[in-house]
Structure formats: C-alpha cells, structure tokens
Design a protein around this ligand. Structure first.
Ligand code: FRU
Length: 449
C-alpha cells in the first residue's frame, strides 16, 4: 500500500508500512547490532503482533530485514534476544486470546543461525504461567550471569498491582521461579510491562513501564510511564533492594516500553517513540510508530543520564547556522536538524519550532529563575516541564526529525522526547535575547526505506 512520507522519520527506525510499537530483541550478534519491533504489517493500527527486524553496524545506520516472527496460534508479543554461541535466540511472549476478552500469556523461544531466518522452538511454550496464574505474564528480558540464564517478566497480583518476576535456567527451556523483583504498593499502576534489570556503574537498575500510574504534579504525565528504581541485587538471595524511589527516564510526551542492551562495555537504551492511547497522526499515511534514537546511559549519583551516541556526529551533512543566539532570527531545516546551544545558562532561552507550511508547533523554554525546562506543544494540560540545575555542562542539544524532537539538557540528566507534526520543513525561531553560542546542522538520512 501507499505510504505518504511527509512525517516519515529520516534517522529513526519506523516500519516500512503498517504499525510499530515496542523495541524487542535489542542485541548484538555476529558483528552487528539487531533490533526487532512489535509489528503489524497489514494496517497502520495495532493488530496480531509480528516481530519486524532491523540491523545496524553502529546503532545509527539501520537496514530493514525480513519479518522475523509471524503469529500463528499465538501473537508474538514483546521480548528480548541473546547470542548463545552460534545461536541467536529470541525469547518472546506468546499471547493467546480466548472468548469473552479472556487471554493468557506464556514464554516462547525461536532460534536462528544466521540472524535473519528464525525458527520457533517445537517445545513452546517454555514457561506457561506465573505462580499466581495471572493472565498478564509478558515481555521477558533475558541475560546471562555465570552459568545461568536469567529472565525478568512483567506481571501483576490478583488485585491488579503491577509486579515483576525473576526466573533462571541452565538451558532456556526449563525455568525456575526465583523471586518477585518489585511490586506496586497500590499507586504505581495495574500492570508493569517491559521490565529490565542490569548493573550500571556499580549499582543495579530495575526498569519497567507501569500502566495506569496517576500523575503527580509535573511528574508521570504520560498515560503510561517508563522509569527505573536504583538499588542492589544479590545473586544468592535473588532479592532486589530499592535505594531510591521510582524515577521517570524521559520527561517528554512520547517515550515508552524501553529496552536496554550492553555491548563493548556500554549500556544502550531505545524506546517506542509514542505511547498507548495517544493520537498517531502518521496513521493516515499508511504507517504508525517510531523508535527514539539510541542513547548511551550512565549512572551519576542516583540519576541516569542519557547521551546521544558519538556516531550520530557522522549524520551532520552541512552546517546551516553558526553564531550568537541573539542574532539568530529564524533558521529553516529541511526535515532534519541538530542544534547545539552552549554558554552561560543563567540566561533565558525561548525557541519556537513551527512547520514552514503550518501544522503543529512546539515551544522550548528555559528560565533559570524558575529552574525549569519546558516543552510545550500548545495544549494546556499537556505541557511537559522538569526542574533542571545545570551542573557540569551548560549546553542544550536538540535533535529534529520530520515529526520528532529530542532535547538533551546538560549531560543528559533531563531529556524530553516528543513527537510533533509540522507541515513542510521545521522553522526554528529564536525569541530570546541572550548571548549563547549556536551551531545548527542538517542531518542526513540513515535508514533505508
Ligand atoms: C507494551 C506492550 C507489551 C506487549 C506489547 C504488545 O507496549 O503492551 O506489554 O508485549 O506491547 O504489542
């Protein structure tokens, strides 16, 4: 079918056609990075889930590969991937719908030897149901530690409080239940999706995406959140002990169901650059859904910082503007761009992003007196703002794609990821009067169509 390209992203993963949601199977196998995604190729709405597949040499240039998993009796819900010697193993949730809205979810495996063609394991499912038999039992994230494979899986309690379960196995086929890694005390949502547990800079980080968490002031303003708890984890007792409260990882409008992977001593994160129950304007163009750009994460104190990858630099195709913010009036970007603002951030910044032919717009504001960065898409209840105290680095780095903005403040301690839909090109107008150094670039395409 026909795809209209007006909103199609140039350097973020999108489906060639049809619907995309969560990142799945983010991994490294035989010299390449792999990313899979929740995929429905036959409509730009959610439908029986497949796994789409892309690969990359550097997490910036991506190429589409054949669909990796196709639903049969089971829909292929979210999961992860891991290299086991020559085998590339996918562990995913098989979702089976029964009558009257009843369903159940179990864990399945699929194998490949070339990283392209996957065969489902005949002994599926390998993990049928959780100890309390909740039908919600999904999104396995697998890793290896010493002799064992470990997996965390999203689930909930009988009275619908989100929880995450930990299992281990010697062969990925027989799994032993170990512990509850975390559980909502009642005000953190009815289901915890897409869990992740890993060591980062000397601590353990427990990620998950709670559904149905109530907003609290400027926090948790998305319908569904993604965030983390810092703590300690013990491979003898299998206990995760939280040390800090749940924190959102991204403060923009669109960041959900993230997944991380480690390679080469670095920890990378990617997320679905949308969420459930929000408008999807690109849907009428024959495609829906995108991935955020990949970021590298580190722990500084008890906060995760997100950094754009070094390899993003090679997308800079030409400089569009360099100079003092004060003298910058309006700059037009041909669909994509990167803007770096550097200097003494005890001064205000106010930028307006508009479509050259209208459409949606966004304001980006920094007021040091208020101490908040604001991303405002022009809908009153939907303004995103977060406290920010510039510490080491006094810079803003803004990435624009055809229908997205990603704003990194300072070292990446405050990041906003939002989809915004301008008509035509991006026009950036400066409304501030400060002396700050600005560099603006056009970014080239890094995804084949
Ligand atoms: C998260 C999620 C997962 C599930 C998948 C279905 O966005 O709801 O829990 O596996 O999407 O597409």
């Amino acid at each position: 079918s026909e795809v209209n390209h007006r909103y199609k992203l140039h350097y973020h993963v999108t489906p060639p056609v049809g619907w995309l949601n969560d990142p799945n199977g983010f991994s490294y196998y035989k010299g390449e990075y792999h990313l899979f995604y929740q995929y429905y190729p036959y409509d730009s709405k959610w439908g029986p889930m497949h796994w789409g597949h892309v690969s990359s040499p550097d997490l910036v240039e991506w190429k589409q590969l054949p669909t990796a998993l196709v639903p049969e009796e089971e829909m292929c819900f979210s999961g992860s991937a891991i290299a086991d010697g020559d085998d590339f193993v996918l562990m995913y949730t098989g979702r089976i719908n029964l009558e009257d809205d009843l369903f159940y979810e179990s864990q399945y495996l699929a194998y490949s030897n070339d990283g392209i063609v996957f065969k489902k394991y005949e002994g599926n499912p390998v993990l049928a149901s959780p100890p309390n038999n909740s039908p919600h039992f999904r999104d396995p994230k697998i890793w290896k530690h010493e002799d064992y494979w470990y997996v965390v899986i999203g689930s909930n309690t009988e009275d619908e409080r989100g929880r995450v379960l930990l299992y281990r196995s010697l062969d990925m086929k027989t799994w032993d239940f170990l512990s509850v890694i975390g559980e909502s005390n009642g005000d953190m949502g009815y289901m915890w999706e897409c869990p992740d547990l890993f060591e980062l800079d000397g601590k353990f980080v427990f990620f998950f995406s709670p559904q149905g968490m109530e907003p609290q002031g400027n926090r948790y303003k998305n319908i569904h959140q993604t965030g983390y708890i810092i703590g300690s984890f013990d491979y003898e007792t299998f206990e995760f002990v939280p040390e800090v409260d749940f924190k959102e990882i991204d403060f923009g409008h669109d960041f959900y169901a993230s997944q991380t992977m480690e390679w080469d001593g670095k920890r990378f994160i990617i997320a679905w650059f949308n969420s459930w129950e929000v408008p999807y304007p690109e849907g009428e163009d024959g495609w829906t859904g995108a991935m955020t750009m990949v970021r590298e994460i580190n722990l500084v104190g008890d906060t995760i910082i997100q950094k754009p990858l070094e390899s993003m630099l090679k997308l800079r195709e030409r400089n569009i503007w360099t100079g003092d913010l004060k003298s910058m009036e309006s700059v037009e970007f041909e669909k994509t761009g990167e803007v770096i603002i550097n200097g003494d951030l005890s001064q205000k910044i106010e930028l307006l992003l508009e479509g050259s032919d209208g459409g949606e717009s966004a304001w980006l504001r920094w007021d040091p007196e208020v101490g908040k960065v604001v991303v405002d898409r022009g809908v009153a209840e939907d303004v995103r703002q977060m406290e920010w105290v510039p510490i080491n680095s006094t810079s803003w780095r803004l990435f624009l794609d055809a229908s997205s903005i990603e704003l990194f403040c300072g070292e990446g301690e405050v990041v906003f990821s939002s989809r915004v839909y301008p008509d035509g090109n991006w026009r950036l107008t400066n409304l501030s009067t400060q002396n700050l150094d600005v560099e603006a670039y056009h970014l080239r395409r890094s995804i084949d169509e």
